[in-house]
Design a protein around this ligand. Sequence first.
Ligand SMILES: Cc1ncc(COP(=O)(O)O)c(C=O)c1O
Length: 444
Amino acid sequence: MEVKAEAMLASQGGPKAVPKLGPFPSKLGREELWELIDLWDLSPQSKERIKNILNQDSHIEGPHLFRYYNPKPSRVAAAEDAMRELIGAKYCLAVNSCTSALIASYRALGIGLGDEVIVPAYTFFASAAGVVASNGIPVIVEVDDSLTLDPEAAERAITRRTKAIVIVHMRGAAGQMDALMDLAKRKGLPLVEDVAQAGGGSFRGKRLGSIGTMGCFSFDHYKVMSSGEGGFVTTDDEWLYTRAQSWHDTAACWRPDRFARERREGELFAGENYRMSELQGAVAIAQIRKTDSMLAGYRRARDLILAGIDPVPGLTFRRLTDSAGDTAICLIMFLPNPGVTRRAIEELHAEGVPAGGVYDSKVRDWHIYTYWEHVLETKSVAADGLPWSAVPKQELPKYSREMCPRTLDLLGRSVHIEINHNYSDEDCHAIAQGINKVFHHLWK
Ligand SMILES: Cc1ncc(COP(=O)(O)O)c(C=O)c1O
């Protein structure tokens, strides 16, 4: 029987049943663009004008917001390039937070069940939580008057289980990188830099995040650079970068041949999804480009405020390991005792000075180890009790709220002055005068 041409299978020369589909408009169009524009505080007139322009445009084709397989150059990849250049590291990986950056780094370094990681007693909880999320055991160590990890205390805390040291550059300023790099080298341990609070800062001319084995950055709203949420991992080590990529995208979209077997033992394992979206990437690039001018604003304001503060007996400042490299997002002073510190903060508030305390035993705060009950009390997400149950009880760190008395003493005597990179000369002068007024009064 003769088969009509149109009934022939396409594979046998017949016409295709579906000759063409699309092109269809992208899912993202004017509505999504409008929601983004509406995030900005534009005047109602400007918003109206933009809305009119958008409504007049008959064809609005939205972006591809997934970084991989993107028909256009990826903004996330461009942000990685910009960050790599800014920080001066060979490799840079964008992720969706610094918590993710820390976990991807810990995992890349091979930290696993029962491995100990040294973390400072003063840091946002994520530096320690990331260790537990990697099935490791955080070992909590004192900070000193730089408010960063004390290298000697870190050395004393090293055991046969120690697999890494984490230096957290707290409140904008570098830790003691010389001593810590020396310690890490002598002990053959990787040094992870948590740069969440000091993005763009440096130590002796080298940007933070380019000195240790791996650097972890936050781009959440409260950091020097922000894309709402976001983070980066930096390293000079190609293999660690590859393994961090594996952890950050278990779908392996980052690979040249996504579904191929691993090219080298240890390249592939079951990871998570920490990918950064193109929306975050676009904002991050603009922020990275602005970093040095924002830092210049912070530093200028810090210098003006500092120059205006009168010396008073018993008032000291947080020790800076490199004042030129300090991001200057704040000024931290130590007062003689917690009582006078609390009183000073109240009076500074009343004067309108943007001051706060760092530690008050009555105020809960995830930046201080005493409130990490989920670590101190060895809490577990599951009935298996991991990671704590992986280690004989007598070999676990001796956690207690009293374990780092020097940290609590320093933090309890700290007055924190917030700096904004937009402060005018008058703002700086007024803040310095407010500080002088309160301190002269208290010391009368
Ligand atoms: C020192 C430190 N590490 C890590 C993080 C976690 O950053 P993210 O919010 O991007 O996860 C923060 C955030 O506050 C932080 O301050």
